[in-house]
Write a protein that binds this ligand. Structure first.
Ligand SMILES: [Fe+2]
Ligand SMILES: [Fe+2]
Length: 450
């Protein structure tokens, strides 16, 4: 297995679709931004190395997006996915902001709570927005660095919500001080959103309106020229866009990812997943650790353990597509909410199966809530169709869920968690995995894994 080389762009394109889900954007938003923004970069004469950094900035601009989802839900008593989608259409004028806040604050909440929510936001809206954007951008930049991207990519992500006139967030940086990649990414983002919702005229109208306020006027001019060229919009709306963007990766040669790099990408993305909800903070890392302890105890070889760890880091990637109003709900989920929650394993499989190098992770992501007695979800698989890899990760997953705080209950002790697992041995989980976990825990100082 060592020595396998996979195109980095292919992996990042696929993962960018998970970011679209978290942002409540139609699939392909980041890929379309990449197409739009790299056209602008080429037109203004960036060299291949700069273009490559711009290319990855555009695909990963929303890397920190999951980190403010829980806070949005709490502050605005709203579904974070539709909130984020619709907020991008607001231009910042007071009347639009007010209409937005009143329209989106606590659609599901009771009247008194809703009223308090609106009042709170009207009084503190500016501070909240700064805080939300700060978390998002810093986190995104940090994860980009962890995934080995250059400082220009990190800085591009960090400045995504700053505006040309200094009215943006979180630092109010203006004009030429603003990283060029941030300027291009924000412009590309607004073009795509308005193009998708209202067509090309609407996109052009919007960027012209915000020229000199949100956007660098020269870049707006450049884009207007690009957009007049034949074929530009047709390709943007084409079903082949993903392949076209992949093919047009700047640089002499495509960047290839080796096994170590894949580990770093999985670990970086696990941070995006875990940042989605305060209750899942550190979950993916811990499931990877417990899976590895079980696998080691069962004598799985190095390569097998490596794949398992990666799969464990990414098993809940589909949660990026589930609203925090469901993920963080303090009470019992109703039928519809439970239905939404259950979709996360399908989403995990869907996202990971498009990445050649993550095929085994896709199977594990899709099946980690299956049970040996056939009562699991989403497929209700029978025991013979549940592989040992899936059994290992699902045992680790439940053990971590039981020993961590949940919105509806406090963390359980390790002993209680193991007792619950033992009760379900043979029906829910595999007794071999449970026994391996027990042995591994007995050998490991508990404070290091708790
Ligand atoms: Fe899960
Ligand atoms: Fe999980």
């Amino acid at each position: 297995m060592t020595g396998i080389q996979i195109r980095l762009a292919e992996i990042i394109e696929a993962l960018s679709k998970a970011l679209d889900m978290t942002e409540g954007q139609p699939e392909g938003h980041c890929i379309r931004c990449c197409y739009i923004g790299t056209h602008i970069g080429r037109e203004i004469g960036l060299n291949e190395e700069q273009l490559r950094d711009l290319y990855y900035t555009l695909l990963l601009k929303d890397l920190g997006c999951s980190s403010n989802a829980a806070r949005i839900c709490e502050l605005y008593l709203a579904d974070d996915l539709s909130f984020k989608r619709d907020f991008k259409l607001v231009d910042g004028s007071l009347s639009q902001v007010l209409r937005f806040v009143i329209g989106h604050t606590g659609m599901q909440a009771r009247l008194a709570e809703r009223f308090r929510g609106i009042l709170n936001i009207l009084q503190n809206g500016g501070t909240f927005a700064t805080e939300l954007i700060q978390t998002r951008c810093q986190r995104g930049a940090e994860i980009a660095r962890q995934m080995r991207f250059s400082e220009s990519v990190a800085q591009g992500i960090l400045g995504l919500d700053e505006h040309w006139n200094g009215g943006g967030k979180p630092n109010g940086i203006a004009g030429e001080e603003l990283p060029l990649f941030s300027r291009i990414a924000l412009l590309a983002q607004v073009i795509d959103i308005f193009h998708v919702s209202g067509g090309r005229d609407s996109a052009l109208q919007e960027i012209t309106k915000r020229k000199g306020e949100w956007f660098d006027p020269d870049l707006v001019e450049t884009f207007v020229q690009i957009s007049a060229r034949s074929g530009f919009w047709d390709v943007l709306g084409s079903p082949d866009l993903e392949a076209i963007v992949l093919e047009s990766e700047p640089g002499q040669q495509a960047i290839m990812a080796d096994e170590d790099y894949l580990d770093d990408i999985a670990a970086g993305f696990a941070k995006v997943i875990d940042a989605k909800s305060p209750y899942t903070s550190g979950h993916s890392d811990r499931v990877a650790l417990f899976s590895d302890l079980i696998a080691e105890e069962m004598g799985v070889d190095f390569d097998g353990r490596r794949l398992l760890k990666r799969a464990a880091l990414l098993h809940d990637i589909g949660k990026l597509g589930i609203s925090n109003s469901v993920l963080d709900k303090p009470g019992k989920l109703d039928e519809e909410e439970w239905g939404q929650m259950k979709r996360h394993s399908e989403f995990s499989e869907q996202i990971l199966s498009t990445i050649g190098a993550f095929q085994s992770a896709a199977i594990i992501g899709g099946a980690h809530h299956e049970r040996l007695d056939g009562k699991g979800y989403p497929r209700g698989l029978e025991a013979q169709d549940i592989s040992m890899d899936v059994r290992i990760v699902s045992t680790a997953d439940v053990f971590d869920a039981l020993t961590a705080d949940r919105p509806y209950r406090a963390a359980m002790s390790i002993e209680t968690a193991l007792a619950i697992l033992r009760e379900g041995a043979g029906t829910a989980h595999d007794p071999i995995c449970i026994a391996a976990l027990e042995r591994a825990l007995a050998r490991t100082p508990l404070q290091q894994v708790a």
